[in-house]
Ligand binder design. Structure first.
Ligand code: NAP
Length: 305
């Protein structure tokens, strides 16, 4: 029996990983999240409320379950908030990772850690794993520093970098570019969408499968895991409008210069995913397939509420 502990289990990726691991033969799945369990399904895994800012509680939980693998999805993920709440961002994205590495070293735990395309400056995407990072924002700096704490250690590790994740969480508490566009247009609300930044949207379930594969085989090294298509964010919004048959005239294009986001964002990212395809058997859905998947999930959520 292999014990896999997941942090950030109330988050978008965390939930999908738990759904992938629960009731899986040979796996004891420990799910940890801030506050109460917000997943609908409560069986097939153990839930522990765990605030990662509490280092004593973190040690106690890891002592209690003695995992073989930790999948660390938790992070301060709001890029603009990281610019103003720097201490908070540093603690979760760097200090906590440093503490985790120390425990993994002592207990011989394999660590699968999530990182981001934002470690790159976006001047030459799509990127391979060996490309040199050059973070533009504080969020990106903290994520890169977290990576370095892992890479410079003696533990067994995999770092999975990903790009704008989309999907539906059980309590509908989290938004992303697809849901934001969809909900705004449904409510006939005008949205300004950036027209000069390019990304590869990643279906949360696809990414979860890659994380699970990395945990199961204790994969080692950096992996780039995202959708295949590198798309203009404005086009993502237009495709969502078209797919859900909504009025796209509520979408107003804006340039990075005019939007003036608090954090600097890389213009063009996207990943070459051949390493993940080969070693993690990663087979991402196309964006249109992902939207079809998400549409069915939204119907289910609506049907259950
Ligand atoms: N989302 C993206 O587009 C994207 C793109 C590139 C990389 N990534 C990386 O992918 C990973 C997963 O992202 P995601 O979209 O799943 O993020 P998410 O939905 O924001 O989930 C992060 C989780 O971390 C939890 N968390 C934050 N502070 C905590 C604390 N002190 N104690 C315990 N839990 C805490 C949050 O809890 P609450 O639910 O209570 O807030 C949340 O459930 C992150 O490492 C992120 O950096 C994400």
């Amino acid at each position: 029996m292999k014990t896999i502990l997941v942090t950030g289990a109330n988050g978008l990726l965390g939930q999908k990983i738990i759904y992938g691991l629960r009731n899986k033969e040979g796996i004891r799945c420990i799910s940890t999240g801030r506050g109460e369990n917000r997943m609908k399904a409560k069986d097939g895994y153990i839930y522990e409320s765990l605030d990662l800012n509490n280092s004593v509680a973190v040690i106690q939980t890891l002592e209690k379950y003695s995992p073989d693998v930790i999948i660390n999805t938790a992070a301060m993920t709001n890029v603009d908030a990281c610019e103003t709440k720097k201490e908070e961002a540093w603690y979760l994205n760097v200090t906590f990772v440093e503490n985790l590495v120390r425990i993994c070293e002592q207990k011989k735990i394999h660590l699968v850690h999530l990182s981001t395309d934002f470690v790159f400056n976006g001047e030459k995407g799509p990127y391979v794993e060996e490309d040199i990072p050059d973070p533009l924002s504080y969020y990106a700096q903290t994520k890169l520093e977290g990576e370095k704490r892992i890479q410079n250690s003696s533990i067994s590790w995999a770092i999975i970098r990903t790009i704008i994740i989309y999907g539906v969480v059980d309590d509908n508490s989290r938004s992303n570019v697809v849901l934001w566009t969809l909900n705004s247009l449904k409510n006939k609300k005008t949205i300004t969408v950036i027209n000069d930044q390019f990304r590869s949207p990643t279906l949360s379930e696809d990414l979860a499968q890659a994380c699970i594969a990395a945990a199961m085989k204790k994969a080692k090294g950096i992996y780039h895991v995202s959708g295949r298509e590198v798309m203009n964010i404005l086009d993502i919004a237009y495709i969502v409008a078209d797919f859900f048959e909504l009025d796209s005239s509520f979408i107003k294009p804006i340039s990075s210069k005019d939007l003036n986001q608090p954090a600097k964002h890389p213009p063009v990212t996207g990943f070459i995913i051949s390493k993940a395809e080969k070693e993690l058997d990663f087979r991402p859905h196309t964006f249109l397939e992902g939207l079809t998947y998400l549409k069915n999930q939204l119907k289910l959520v609506a049907g259950n509420s």
